[in-house]
Design a protein around this ligand. Structure first.
Ligand SMILES: Cc1cc2nc3c(=O)[nH]c(=O)nc-3n(C[C@H](O)[C@H](O)[C@H](O)COP(=O)(O)OP(=O)(O)OC[C@H]3O[C@@H](n4cnc5c(N)ncnc54)[C@H](O)[C@@H]3O)c2cc1C
Length: 684
């Protein structure tokens, strides 16, 4: 984890291959030091920007006012208007189903073989809503307040308030669809708690909430497919955006089975393409998650906001070896009943059950008595890193802490624990070979969610007119740190309720002039896709795509992971640039375009990850403060907590693409807090 760890290969075993690999790595490290970039020379300053769509009325009236002032499209005109929606996760499927039902002609795309395989299916723990069913003091205002505070005062107040308002409708919608939320004995919907809050507002379906919600959205989507309002294109990957006269008008996609390059046009385009955590190579995201759709839109003019804000989740199964390609989340819900601890002494090598209470340090309960094990994810992750850095970590390499259910099993009985968390315990046992009912789980932080994404206004419209962005793909409502169970809430709020009430304001001016594949903008976009594919296939070098991805991931984790520093980020930018140029001269992509070719798919995604990774490091370098998931070593309180500098950094950074050889341009959207007072976060 050290930022000075410039060489990764410490295995000089005498084997020629390994020695030359180590020498190569060392050479790269030396030249990186030379190429380490100057902090202010890597970007240009642009003009400030603002969201102009949120009405200037009291915050609790804004959404109603916007819905009322947005232009409507009458039902007979809707069928003349078309919308492309890329992505069929919760954000995309809910939007496609709702717009289809409203009568628009929707074209839906995903790269999986079924919409139901979108990454949303992996979500485990739950979805928040301010229903106050527990009568524990919850309200729309409290959910709004918790989210703004949890995001470390780097989210837009108007959007977050609307999210809290809409949360209540989502649960009603999903219950009406038949989503089997957990219920109490009497039949009422059950709730549990997630990090950063002191109420129970999380609705759940065991440890499979995402799957059940996605089945609900999928049913609604398939109904529209049958009704022919939605045209479904599975196994199609969007590789370019078509922009005509400054407006988003279409996409270029590759049929992943035949390799055919197709263009599709519409009056508006929606990207619901998920997050980019896989830039780190190892993450809890599905293997296919990538940045290509949003990155291609960025290159066409859409601003990319807060790219450096990454969420590192505290409860994941620790990395077990160099050959691992995926990390597994153990849901945050486990922190409701599990207690996190390490031995008080780093010398204590006894097995967990043999360590007596007095020799254990329940460090979250000790440091943060008010929230205990349910502090927000950024705080819990850093605390785990700190105890491991002190040499008190457990398991191989000392990179782990215990998550212990002994007390919960004694208090509730094993059947009750099994009923709540059984599938998560089974998953842990299958992966580690250990029985978590008898031995505490070992967990460690891992990359999980990206708060950054394409910049959008209150209407969810990007800086390209007609291009809307929903779900994890936008920079959204979570500021510098997302609270647990709020991604599902945001994705479904965007898809079922927000987009369907804002996109009409844009579409009311349509249908726009007809565009087809002969339009110069479409020809140019198709040509760009073909050229890139040809280039990737023709390098014919010596290294696999995955080896590049892995090396990029190591750089990102070491320098732009849980802790970032000026020196480390400057080094990282230099190293990413070198690795990117090596990629384009030495990558080996086998096979051809004209068939199923996963190496080719991955190569395109990794090429985009290089460009994104560089921008993430630049964003992190420019933001010389700590906030939420972005922890700058130089900016911490005496207690080691994140120290913000609101006088300088209370803004959203919205990056404009500066061209292949140019520098990215930073536009700042100042953040104004009228309803929540900005203060140093405290969970003590
Ligand atoms: C293990 C895990 C557990 C989680 N648990 C929770 C939880 O309990 N509660 C919670 O609130 N959040 C949770 N999250 C976060 C949450 O699941 C995600 O943020 C959310 O599901 C993202 O939904 P989405 O619709 O925005 O994107 P996704 O579900 O990622 O969908 C993206 C879609 O875009 C398509 N796509 C992407 N790129 C292209 C392209 N170029 N061309 C064509 N199609 C494309 C994909 O095919 C897919 O259909 C969890 C995340 C993980 C990793």
């Amino acid at each position: 984890m050290s930022n000075d760890n410039v060489t990764r290969d410490d295995s000089l075993t005498g084997e020629p291959g390994l020695i030359s690999a180590a020498l190569d790595t060392a050479k790269r490290a030396v030249s990186s030091l030379v190429n380490s970039v100057d902090a202010d020379a890597v970007y240009e300053q642009g003009h400030d920007i603002a969201d102009t769509k949120a009405p200037q009325v009291p915050i609790d009236k804004r959404w109603d006012e916007r819905k009322f002032t947005a232009k409507l499209v009458n039902p007979a005109n809707r069928r003349k208007l078309s919308v492309i929606i890329v992505g069929t996760g919760l954000a995309g499927a809910s939007a496609a189903a709702t717009l289809g039902e409203a009568g628009y002609h929707v074209k839906s795309f995903c790269y999986q073989d079924s919409p139901r395989r979108a990454h949303s299916i992996a979500a485990q723990g739950g979805i928040n809503a301010a229903k106050n069913y527990r009568n524990d003091g919850d309200s729309v205002y409290r959910l709004f307040y918790d989210t703004v505070k949890g995001g470390d005062f780097r989210a837009r107040e108007s959007n977050v308030y609307r999210l809290a308002q809409t949360s209540v409708q989502i649960i009603d919608q999903c219950v009406a669809q038949g989503v089997p939320f957990a219920r109490e004995y009497g039949g009422l919907l059950d709730n549990r708690s997630f990090g950063g809050v002191q109420v129970s507002r999380t609705f759940y379906a065991r440890g499979q909430t995402g799957q059940q919600l996605l089945i609900g959205a999928y049913q609604a989507l398939e109904r529209q497919v049958a009704a022919k309002t939605v045209e479904m294109h599975t196994r199609h990957e969007m590789l370019e955006l078509v922009v005509v006269d400054g407006k988003a008008r279409g996409v270029v996609v590759r049929d992943m089975v035949t390799g055919e390059i197709e263009t599709h046009f519409a009056d508006a385009v929606v990207l619901a393409t998920g997050g980019y955590g896989n830039v780190f190579f190892l993450s809890t995201n599905a293997m296919g998650c990538n940045v290509t759709a949003t990155w291609r839109a960025h290159r066409k003019g859409a601003y990319f906001a807060n790219p450096c804000y990454t969420q590192i989740h505290p409860t994941c199964i620790p990395v077990s070896g160099e050959y691992q390609s995926k990390l597994t989340l153990m849901s945050e819900s486990l922190r409701n009943d599990g207690r996190i601890w390490v031995p008080k002494s780093g010398e204590d090598k006894r097995a967990a059950p043999e360590i007596p209470e007095d020799d254990r340090d329940y460090y979250l309960e000790r440091i943060y008595p008010a929230f205990g094990n349910l502090v927000p994810r950024d705080i819990a992750s850093r605390a785990a890193k700190n105890v491991c850095d002190e040499g008190r970590g457990v398991g191989p390499g000392g990179l782990g802490v215990y998550l212990d259910f002994t007390d919960a099993i004694e208090r509730l009985g094993r059947p009750a624990v099994e009923a709540k968390y059984g599938n998560l315990f089974d998953m842990y046992a299958q992966i580690t070979g250990e029985n978590p009912y008898e031995t505490p789980m070992r967990i460690y932080p891992a990359v999980h969610y990206t708060m950054g994404g394409l910049w959008i206004d209150y209407d969810l419209e990007s800086s390209i007119p007609g291009l809307y962005v929903t779900g994890e793909a936008n920079f959204s409502d979570h500021g510098a740190n997302r609270l647990g169970a709020s991604a599902l809430m945001q994705g479904l709020a965007d898809g079922y309720f927000v987009l369907p009430n804002t996109i009409n304001d844009y579409l009311a001016a349509g249908p726009f002039a007809k565009v087809d594949e002969t339009h110069p903008a479409a020809v140019e976009a198709v040509e760009a896709v073909r050229t890139r594919i040809d280039k990737l296939l023709s390098v014919n070098g010596t290294r696999t795509v995955d080896s590049f991805h892995k090396e990029l991931g190591h750089i990102m984790w070491d320098y732009c992971g849980m802790e970032r520093s000026e020196e480390g980020l400057r080094k990282a930018i230099g190293r990413i640039r070198e690795l990117k140029s090596e990629f384009w001269s030495d990558v080996k992509v086998l096979g051809s375009n004209e068939s199923l070719n996963q190496a080719l798919e991955r190569a395109g995604r990794v090429a985009d990850f290089f460009e994104l990774g560089e921008l993430m490091c630049i964003d992190a370098l420019v933001r010389r403060e700590s906030c939420g998931g972005h922890f700058r070593a130089e900016s911490q309180t005496e207690d080691g907590e994140a120290l913000r500098h609101d006088d300088e950094f209370a803004y959203v950074s919205a990056w404009e693409y500066g061209g292949e050889d140019g520098k990215p341009i930073l536009h700042k959207e100042p953040l104004v807090y009228e309803y929540v007072e900005m203060k140093q976060r405290s969970y003590k």
